[in-house]
Write a protein that binds this ligand. Structure first.
Ligand SMILES: Cc1ncc(COP(=O)(O)O)c(C=O)c1O
Length: 446
């Protein structure tokens, strides 16, 4: 897998993060956080990931896909860090998310990737949010909404080149083009982009990538012959960005890569840094005899006298129930496995003779620096993708941020990102002493 130049690769692996990308002073880092359940998001990692991705694709622009609350990392914070890292576009799922970004003061182009006939198109058009259209009827609807406020809608025409999800199949592409060009001629829309999405970019060598690429080129050719002059043509998600330069065109759309994740087999390359750490602490420890059943259904039996630790997180908080007897955690420098059924709000770990105590930190996953599991390892063990792991914790446990710069704090204040920033003096008073300059701005968005 190609990677950025060595100098950049080194720059993307700071540990711990004590300086920001532009040399800004960081106000907090991981070790400053205290012990209750939380998802800690490393904004320095997001900035450096985006910078590395941007460098990797050279002249192509980067749209940071921050849908689904920034893949669970926080919409506004992730968008801010991604733009600071060099992204020039933002991608969201729904118009509501785009409006949140505009309300927070973001002026960068924002594309709403999902299209729906009953979406509030007029609200989006009024604040310059780009809309996707994959049917002639939708483009006319968008044009009509634009007509009511006298502002041309910025649209990206979506070709279904083989994903068979949204977008116009090739047989309907000329019809979509005609409708869009008619709306454009009437001043109700501007064709900003033409795009498609790959079905199998994370299956290396899958021949559908070539087939979709050829279909996309054909769609672009037809559009050009019909008179469309889109500013951006885009196709690549994170796996395509990492493995297929021929899919980059004018703009790439990484989502997982922004947060240091990827769905390629084996996960992200080493020069991307997973930004989320989820941790909690043991709330009870007890000694249990050999041959004792643990948790619902007694799906785990102790093989010997052992110490059981109680973890105050379950499937309601984000641990998949499929983590029963499988999910790895990290306590006192050791990997342990969830013992027995994951319950709604709790699960149990068998610590053997490890001298664990109530209050011990339990890291579910993180960047892997200290031997803790990664979201990729969770995904591999549970038969899913890392995106499915990190998005599960959204809104269920508090979220805080490290790798925060003074610029982030200032922007959050302007953008009204919510939460509070504890200033350095206050943080020192709270004992955030592992680095002289470290503060602990706890910016919680849930
Ligand atoms: C249309 C579209 N583009 C880009 C992305 C980003 O994909 P990835 O997170 O693999 O980079 C997604 C994610 O689902 C998507 O739906």
């Amino acid at each position: 897998m190609p990677g950025p130049p060595a100098a950049n690769r080194a720059a993307t692996r700071p540990r711990p993060h004590i300086s920001g990308q532009g040399g800004e002073r960081l106000l907090a880092h991981l070790m400053a956080m205290d012990g209750h359940s939380e998802a800690i998001v490393d904004l320095a990692a997001i900035r450096s990931n985006v910078a590395a991705l941007a460098e990797h694709v050279g002249t192509a622009e980067v749209m940071a896909v921050v849908k689904s609350d920034g893949y669970g990392h926080g919409l506004v914070r992730t968008a801010t860090a991604a733009l600071a890292g060099g992204a020039t576009w933002l991608g969201v799922g729904h118009i509501e998310e785009a409006l949140t970004l505009r309300a927070a003061g973001f002026t960068a182009p924002v594309l709403c990737l999902l299209a729906s006939p009953d979406a509030p198109h007029r609200d989006a058009i009024a604040v310059g949010v780009d809309l996707s259209a994959g049917t002639a009827s939708l483009i006319r609807q968008i044009g009509a909404a634009a007509g009511t406020i006298g502002v041309a809608a910025r649209v990206h025409l979506k070709a279904d080149t083989g994903m068979s999800r949204g977008g116009a199949p090739m047989a309907r592409w000329p019809e979509l083009l005609d409708a869009a060009l008619a709306e454009q001629a009437a001043g109700r829309c501007e064709i900003i982009g033409i795009w498609s999405h790959l079905a199998c970019a994370d299956i290396p060598g899958h021949r559908s990538v070539d087939t979709q690429l050829a279909a996309f080129r054909e769609a672009l050719g037809q559009a050009e012959r019909a008179g469309a002059r889109p500013a951006v043509r885009h196709l690549a998600n994170t796996p395509a960005l990492l493995t297929r330069p021929d899919t980059w065109f004018d703009l790439v759309r990484p989502g997982g890569g922004v947060t240091g994740l990827c769905t390629l087999p084996g996960g992200p390359p080493g020069w991307l840094r997973p930004a989320m750490t989820v941790r909690t602490h043991l709330v009870q420890v007890k000694r249990i005899a050999r041959g004792t059943g643990v948790s619902y259904g007694h799906r785990y039996m102790t093989g010997t006298e052992t110490s059981l630790g109680l973890v105050p997180l379950g499937y309601n908080e984000g641990i998949p129930r499929a983590g029963t007897n499988t999910a790895p955690v990290f306590i006192r420098g050791q990997r342990l496995t969830v013992a027995g059924t994951v319950c709604m709000n709790q699960c149990v770990v068998d610590a053997g003779d490890l001298p664990v105590e109530a209050g011990d930190e339990v890291v579910l996953f993180g960047p892997g620096d200290h031997g803790e599991p990664t979201a990729q390892e969770w995904a591999d063990l549970l038969g899913t993708v890392s995106y499915d792991i990190v998005t599960r914790f959204t809104g269920k446990i508090p979220r805080s941020y490290c790798g925060v710069t003074e610029a982030d704090v200032a922007e959050a204040a302007v953008a009204g990102a919510g939460g509070t920033a504890v200033l350095p003096a206050a943080a020192r008073a709270r004992g955030a002493s592992d680095h002289a300059e470290v503060a602990h701005p706890r910016v919680q968005e849930v």
